[in-house]
Ligand binder design. Structure first.
Ligand SMILES: [Zn+2]
Length: 428
């Protein structure tokens, strides 16, 4: 006997949840601040002194951890959070923008200004909310600096090239700016991005004193945020979600392990047309015409910690293959094994991009504010489910998405009274 669960949720089916009048404010809907600390592994608070994050556990919601989408990289994962779409659907398949025909490659920072990399039909929440009358802003959040079908985010600040990521005073100033947007300019939804602890995680590795130090700086910043919310009288009007895009792991190097260097197994010059490698644990190769089988065969059993997929073999639960930007051959290293192409030049001591089932790739979810329960510990869930939660909090009718409220609605103070209908049907 099989149990078939059919879920109908008000927020997915109808626009009736939307507030009617703008003049009277937004009815019962509060403002929302989404904060991302890039590369905040799920357990980073466990060996650091984090009084403010500890207090938030009592004052709000903590998930044991959350699972980012495959690929565990900054732009793909952030865009899943803000669109509620799998990577194969939103099309931001890498941190680097590339074209495997023209061989163009752009760095992550350059990509942040290029609409053609982000605007593939999946609408981020900023735009959907704006189209329903809300005022939204992005402060350094990936994808916030471009146009979607010609429409820009109401206010967007882009991270300048070579911007220092770890300046605590600037972090506080950024929080003050965002508080001003909420109180003086009546913004409804703001996304705020911080580049740490990702940078330190790459530079020193995740299991270092430097990483502990930056977590304590983040915790002080969260304390500053809590005070700022009080100072600006936003305690009863603002919900806050703090999350991240992926975790971090220590890179395994010689002589401890045999590193993966793909040029040992295949001749790039004669067999490949394009590759995206030397970027953590995930890579793609476009073989020269007629060489796909040869490349696949050469890599298939080349290294015990290397997994090779033909595009059509990529597991369904990666939600990755159905996108034209995914190249014919996809390669993945086991946890800690970076994919080096021609030479091993890689200087990073920590990295990500590995399988999202690995605990080191899991990340954080915290939330507090008037609509969140207090002292609520949530079971783990996929980060894709943050999107419908944000829509619910803002009273926005969601764009088509792959997330579900099923995993998050119990965090809300009115979670049990949500107009959600669950039918159980027994099938023999
Ligand atoms: Zn990173």
């Amino acid at each position: 006997m099989k149990l078939l669960l059919v879920l109908f949720s008000c927020s997915l089916l109808t626009a009736k949840c939307r507030p009617v009048s703008k003049i009277s404010g937004r009815g019962s809907f509060n403002k929302l601040l989404l904060i991302s600390f890039d590369g905040f592994r799920w357990d980073y608070d466990q060996d650091a002194d984090t009084p403010n994050m500890d207090a938030l556990v009592k004052e709000g919601v903590k998930a044991k951890y959350i699972t980012p989408p495959m690929i565990t990289m900054t732009s793909p994962s952030h865009f899943t959070t803000i669109t509620g779409r799998w990577i194969e659907d939103h099309g931001v398949v890498h941190n680097m923008m590339f074209n495997s025909t023209s061989l163009l490659k752009l760095t992550h920072v350059a990509t942040l200004k290029r609409s053609e990399w982000w605007d593939n039909g999946a609408l981020p929440l900023w735009i959907t909310a704006q189209n329903q009358g809300l005022k939204t802003a992005s402060f350094f959040y990936p994808g916030g600096g471009v146009n979607y079908s010609g429409q820009a985010v109401d206010r967007s600040l882009l991270k300048p090239y070579n911007h220092p990521d770890d300046n605590e005073t600037e972090w506080q100033n950024n929080i003050d700016t965002v508080m001003g947007w909420f109180t003086e300019e009546d913004f409804d939804f703001v996304t705020l991005y911080f580049g740490e602890p990702d940078n330190i995680g790459h530079k020193t590795g995740p299991d270092t004193q430097e990483r502990v130090k930056i977590i304590e700086q983040i915790d002080r910043t969260i304390g500053y945020l809590r005070n700022a919310i009080q100072k600006h009288n936003l305690v009863h009007r603002l919900n806050v979600i703090i999350t991240s895009d992926h975790g971090m792991t220590t890179i395994k190097k010689k002589p401890m392990v045999e590193e993966i260097q793909l040029s040992k197994y295949l001749n790039f010059l004669t067999l490949t047309h394009f590759d995206l490698l030397d970027y953590g644990g995930f890579g793609m190769i476009r073989p020269r015409k007629g060489k796909e089988q040869e490349v696949y065969d050469l890599l298939k059993n080349a290294h015990p910690n290397l997994t090779v997929y033909r595009k059509e073999e990529i597991p369904e639960n990666f939600h990755l293959a159905r996108n034209s930007r995914i190249q014919p051959i996809v390669v993945m290293g086991d946890l800690g094994f970076n994919l080096n192409s021609r030479l091993i030049l890689y200087v990073n001591k920590g990295d990500h991009g590995f399988h999202n089932g690995e605990m080191d790739m899991k990340t954080i979810f915290r939330a507090f504010g008037p609509n969140f329960k207090k002292n609520f510990l949530s079971e783990p869930f996929d980060s894709i489910n943050i999107y419908p939660l944000m829509c619910k909090l803002l009273g926005v009718s969601p764009a088509p998405n792959n997330g579900s409220l099923l995993y998050t609605e119990m965090m809300l103070v009115d979670g049990r009274t949500l107009r959600s209908y669950v039918y159980y049907t027994l099938i023999k």
